[in-house]
Design a protein around this ligand. Structure first.
Ligand code: UTP
Length: 472
């Protein structure tokens, strides 16, 4: 498009929006670099950026009428739900969906986060853990569970290469569908687009909420329709204990108010304490939604009920069941055709092209605003939404940070704790430390057991000794 009328029009539109500085090095670029840069600039919605940058901080919400969201409590009768869930699995109506487009900056791993060695003994990468679980569920229910994976333009190629190199983990390649999400440009605190290099803007993936648009634009939703998929089991790439295609959860979701009518459902765990930094499921004027910990007024965060328990205790663990029909509705946008989910802003450290040093520089302090959409904002748009409580040790061992809370070390401990508890149900003696943690590394493969009850048929040791490493 270079030197054409269209390129000139683009340049004057950037000028008109006060973003003309992005063309500062344009004339010095090679023809190929110009072409590439113009394609990136063309994809920027200047009016949207101007609106988001002008809006300043996210508007403060009014929480005066906030109530805790109702939920299906742990231990509730789940027989009917399991039957419904197993029926839709057997009928091939369920897909797995992983959001794996994040940048994983806190963990600092060199590749896509899904390639991180996550399990407690064999160090299986996250993607392999999920692939093996999906394969075990396919075998159990005699169906294909197609797996949709959202990458980003920043990690798409590396993710595909990892699957190719691992021979798609033994599953049919046609049953794994990868697609990159969109990006949003970062802006300086005064709303200016930033250059990462002379011929590229600094951009970031547009948040897990970008899944709404990307699922539609990539043809993934259409592919689901063609396969007869009605519901997706949504999970993040960083939780090796996630229970993919959980029949009980899918059953509660699908039968919410009548067979197959649930639009978006969520799992929650009781918050560890008031200070835990997780979003909380709340009733937002008759609709379920997640209120971020940072937005919640302190007096509500610490409020207790008559039993002395936290009043707002339903912590989100980012596990959802979402119906295909609901996503199709969201993806078609509002009446004006606009994207259905709002963008949130966060102050971040964004590498930028430093003119004086003539190189890309990593700032020491936050220097920019990133815009991201969150999938849980879709909850408020769902006609039918249900929250189900689950046990933290059963299915929440996230890997976010390199050390401390939510790190590989804490995840390994939770994995061993869960697996130790499963074995104890069958009389195996498991060593525990005074704080209750299992004092051994225990890994249970998906082909051995998807849930504790499956161990009834497995050959189990009678005792595990302190410090042992056990793989079953
Ligand atoms: P996080 O909020 O933990 O962000 O993502 P992150 O980018 O992975 O990690 P940090 O904050 O840079 O350390 C939660 C989940 O949402 C996905 C991530 O891949 C992860 O599974 N995600 C996040 C996306 O798919 N796209 C995004 O734009 C952001």
């Amino acid at each position: 498009m270079q030197n054409t009328d269209a390129a000139l029009a683009l340049r004057s539109s950037f000028d008109a929006h006060g973003q003309g500085h992005t063309f500062r090095h344009f004339d010095a670029l090679t023809p190929a670099a110009r072409e590439q840069f113009l394609a990136q600039l063309e994809s920027v919605d200047l009016a949207l950026i101007a609106r988001l940058a002008r809006a300043g901080a996210d508007a403060k919400q009014d929480f005066s009428a906030l109530k805790p969201a109702p939920y299906v409590a742990l231990g509730a009768d789940s027989t009917d739900a399991r039957n419904v869930g197993e029926a839709i699995l057997r009928a091939g109506k369920v897909a797995a969906f992983t959001v794996a487009g994040g940048q994983g900056t806190r963990l600092g791993w060199r590749g896509p986060k899904g390639t991180y060695p996550a399990t407690a003994v064999t160090g299986r990468p996250l993607f392999r853990v999920f692939a093996e679980q999906i394969a075990a569920a396919e075998k159990r229910y005699g169906c294909a569970i197609p797996w949709y994976i959202m990458t980003s333009p920043l990690n798409d190629e590396d993710t595909r290469a990892f699957f190719r190199d691992n021979n798609w983990f033994g599953r049919n390649p046609a049953d794994t569908f990868m697609f990159p999400q969109g990006t949003m440009p970062s802006v300086t605190f005064d709303g200016k687009l930033m250059l990462e290099t002379p011929g590229s803007l600094a951009v970031n993936p547009d948040g897990h909420g970008g899944a709404v648009r990307a699922l539609s634009a990539s043809g993934a939703l259409e592919d689901m329709r063609a396969r007869g998929i009605e519901h997706m089991s949504y999970f993040q790439v960083d939780n090796p204990l996630v229970r993919i295609a959980d029949p009980v959860f899918l059953g509660f979701h699908a039968a919410n108010g009548g067979m197959s009518s649930g639009e978006m459902s969520s799992k929650m765990v009781a918050k560890r304490d008031a200070a835990e930094k997780v979003g909380v499921f709340c009733d937002l004027g008759g609709k379920t939604g997640v209120v971020e910990y940072s937005d919640m007024p302190a007096e509500l965060t610490t409020a207790v009920n008559a039993h002395g328990q936290l009043r707002f205790n339903a912590g989100s663990i980012a596990i959802h069941a979402i119906s295909v029909a609901f996503l199709e509705r969201l993806a078609s946008g509002g009446e004006d055709g606009s994207f259905a989910l709002p963008f949130h802003r966060a102050k971040k450290k964004v590498p930028y092209w430093c003119e004086s040093q003539a190189k890309t520089v990593e700032p020491a302090e936050p220097n920019a605003t990133k815009f991201e959409a969150f999938i849980f904002d879709a909850l408020a748009l769902a006609a039918k939404s249900l929250v189900m409580e689950t046990s933290r040790v059963e299915e929440f061992a996230p890997i976010k940070n390199a050390s401390g809370d939510d790190s590989p070390a804490s995840s390994h401990q939770i994995q061993s704790n869960r697996n130790g508890a499963w074995l104890e149900k069958f009389g195996v003696k498991v060593p525990r430390r005074p704080n209750g943690d299992v004092d051994a590394r225990i890994e249970i493969l998906a082909e051995t057991a998807l849930e504790a009850g499956d161990l009834a048929d497995a050959a189990l040791p009678r005792e595990i000794k302190a410090g042992d490493e056990v793989v079953l």
